[in-house]
Write a protein that binds this ligand. Sequence first.
Ligand SMILES: [Zn+2]
Length: 208
Amino acid sequence: MDLVRRMMLWLLTQPVLTTITFRHLGCVIDRAAWEAVRVAISDNRILIEPAGLSAISGYNAERDTFCMQPSLFTVAAYFPSDCATAAHELAHAAADMQAIAALSSADSELIAYVTEEAFRLRQGLPNDGPGVLNVGAPPLTQAWRSPLHDALVAARSLASFVLAHPGASLQAPTVAIVRDALGRDPTYRRQFAENTVTSNGLRRPIVS
Ligand SMILES: [Zn+2]
């Protein structure tokens, strides 16, 4: 996982990511938040493990650990999309580190989606949260019509808002659309019910 770790640390030094700044329910995504995540990964207070073979990438706030696809960053054609996936998971970590008890799993997902879509907009990528498999999917497939697609469209509109208004709070009506849409997706609905810990700070001590 060394390549994935090095790429995530590199990404956290790149303005394409670190100038994405916004607020949501007390959670502040800004340059300081991105730098805090970079330092936490460098110091091994946040770990990076391989996800299972068929598993998609994720972040576990209880264990302060990224579970990332080992193939990330290894295929040139997928490189920009892999960076967007990493940006999504890094946003989960930024939200976790701020230890905001009131932040729900759905809110953390919203923060991650907005970050990912802002990153994708900057790179000229299509919106595609679920991963590279859906790139180029024809418009009338099930995936296109799914709740996840509705969430992505609304998240992209929040993303273009925060790119135009750095540091702004996410607009409540559009936030509600993303949260409702994610709640209609079976995978996220289960995840929100099972994983309620999303922002409890880091547990590993600083080792000097
Ligand atoms: Zn996520």
